[in-house]
Design a protein around this ligand. Structure first.
Ligand code: SF4
Length: 426
């Protein structure tokens, strides 16, 4: 990496890291970012000059050299932890990733880590404020115009501007994304959100991310308007995105026409597929009913788009009393039909992957776990074929870490890949 020196800072502008997100233990780096290094920290800025990552280098209290803070487009600082078990039974087995995102808001994580009480992480955020102040006061004599423009770009994105931008994003799409599909882990949760519907079909009692709205699809005009505004919003940094999330909680219910319109219009507008080396990803949620009523025509169309598409369906349980307990208004035969349809689609369409969510919780009955283990053990698919199942700890489960042995037991029996679902907002 080529660095220029400014006072005590080594600066590299628009460094190209791996073009695709690669799952590896160290370091998690992808896309095109500018880097400022001090003797203690490494700061990464996206192509709009917005702070994105902070990593401790040679400082006391930094928990692990591979860990870092990441700022999301919703302006949350998320701490990426490697956890306390780096064996194959550790985080990689639970999440399918080498990092556990530790969130600054309540969620359903099995691993409690509050970076607010971690001096290393808090010092890193203070170091970012100090860096900003130092850049503000830095003498510019003799600096190249490229370096000077980069400093201006960073200075144009102070904390209040970053907050305003996150509000602007929510206002473009009509509200904050309260949950991302678990499959977005494959792109480190870096997606462009585009809402094609609001609300959901069931309003289940256990759900902590639902809105009060009845299901309502957006109009074509609204979707096209969002695309135009999102293109302006992301600006130069669009180059760092290669994935689209069609929201909200049941985009599949919006139907063929809107899904196809939103996906196909986004390809050109957001520059997806400009690179020959990486396949853009499309993510959406679906429900049991929307999956069961979706016809082959939609899947044929999706399969021929440049995207690899993930559709995540909330199945929750194949045990009738459990469905009643969580107030999911479905019977087990529908859940089983949806599970079978998921397997059929996954084996038919090379570019579509349906995944499913089930629940984990101390308060759930042995019958829930038994019926789930049986379903996954007897799934008529080649072992560990595509179509992951995600087990989502109930948010109000006490002692979530104690759920891990239960999860690992189900994972061991499952013919499908199985992971924990960490509920994460944008
Ligand atoms: S689980 Fe899905 S369908 Fe049920 S309330 Fe939540 S968002 Fe709606």
């Amino acid at each position: 990496m080529e660095f220029v020196q400014l006072n005590n800072y080594a600066i590299s502008i628009e460094k190209q890291f791996a073009s695709d997100i690669i799952k590896e233990s160290f370091p998690l780096r992808y896309g095109k970012y500018s880097v400022i290094k001090t003797s203690e920290y490494e700061f990464l800025f996206n192509l709009n000059g917005e702070i994105k990552f902070i990593r401790g280098l040679n400082i006391k209290n930094w928990p692990h050299p591979a860990e870092q803070l990441k700022r999301t487009d919703g302006n949350d600082w998320v701490y990426y932890s490697v956890g306390d078990d780096s064996s194959e039974k550790g985080i990689i087995a639970w999440l399918g990733e080498y990092y556990l995102p530790c969130l600054p808001y309540p969620s359903n994580s099995v691993w409690e880590f509050s970076y607010f009480s971690n001096p290393g992480a808090m010092n890193a955020l203070a170091a970012w404020s100090q860096l900003y102040a130092n850049l503000y006061g830095a003498r510019r004599d003799g600096l190249s115009s490229k370096l000077s423009s980069f400093i201006d770009l960073v200075l144009n994105n102070d904390e209040s501007v970053l907050y305003e931008k996150s509000m602007k994003l929510s206002s473009i799409i009509g509200g904050r994304v309260s949950v991302l599909p678990p499959d977005t882990r494959h792109v480190d949760y870096e997606i462009i959100p585009l809402m094609i519907a609001d609300g959901c079909l069931y309003h289940c009692k256990f759900c902590c991310v639902k809105s009060a709205q009845q299901f309502q699809a957006r109009s074509k005009t609204d979707i096209l308007e969002q695309i135009q505004q999102l293109k302006i919003f992301y600006g130069r940094n669009l180059e760092n995105y290669n994935a689209l999330f069609l929201g909200n909680h049941d985009a599949l219910e919006a139907g063929d026409e809107l899904i196809y319109l939103a996906a196909s219009e986004s390809i050109e507008a957001f520059g997806f597929g400009n690179s020959h080396s990486k396949t853009p990803k499309l993510f959406l949620f679906g429900s049991v009913d929307s999956l069961l009523k979706s016809g082959n025509e939609l899947f044929e169309k999706l399969n021929h788009l440049p995207f690899y598409t993930y559709i995540n369906i909330g199945l929750e349980s194949v045990d009738a009393p459990t469905l009643a307990y969580i107030h999911k208004p479905l019977d087990t035969s529908k859940i089983r039909d949806a599970f079978q349809k998921m397997l059929d689609i996954n084996s038919t369409y090379a570019n579509i992957e349906i995944t499913a969510n089930f629940l984990l919780g101390e308060q759930l009955s042995p019958d829930h776990y038994q019926s789930l283990a049986e379903l996954l053990r007897n799934a008529p698919v080649p072992s560990h074929s595509k179509g992951a199942v995600y087990l989502s700890p109930l948010k109000d489960s006490p002692k979530k870490r104690e759920l891990l042995p239960k999860f690992l037991e189900i994972k061991k029996q499952s013919r499908l890949p199985a992971y924990i679902y960490l509920i994460q907002r944008l």
